[in-house]
Design a protein. Structure first.
Length: 122
């Protein structure tokens, strides 16, 4: 009986080791410190606070220039996120990914003109 239990345990361990492992889902929740440059080209630090859960994230970004930008939307990917921070006229879009070394890198850009649209899913 013991040999049978040990054999089952060994098979379970071997099967678990052979099956492909799904990487953990990216979790954007927490406090992030971002180092970048402003749109004027000067060094800037941004503190980003994100709370919530998928489909209901909240938060804000506070720049070293003392601007507070509310989080307007956030989508995750397996290795990062795309976040939208609202401006009075437009938005800031940020793409952040985890590179092969495990470091978070990305880019941001301003959307200065927005246009209404409508869509129908078929």
């Amino acid at each position: 009986m013991v040999a049978r239990a040990v054999g089952i345990a060994v098979v379970a361990v071997v099967v678990a080791a052979v099956l492909p492992q799904t990487p953990p889902a990216f979790d954007p929740v927490g406090k992030w410190t971002v180092t970048t440059t402003s749109d004027a080209g000067t060094p800037m630090t941004v503190t980003v606070d994100i709370a919530g859960k998928p489909g209901a994230y909240t938060g804000q970004a506070v720049t070293s220039e003392h601007r507070t930008l509310p989080l307007g939307g956030l989508a995750t990917m397996p290795d990062g996120m795309i976040a939208i921070f609202d401006l009075p006229q437009g938005a800031i879009v940020v793409k952040l990914i985890r590179d092969a070394s495990g470091k978070y890198v990305g880019a941001w850009g301003a959307v200065e003109a927005v246009f209404p649209l409508s869509a129908v899913k078929k």
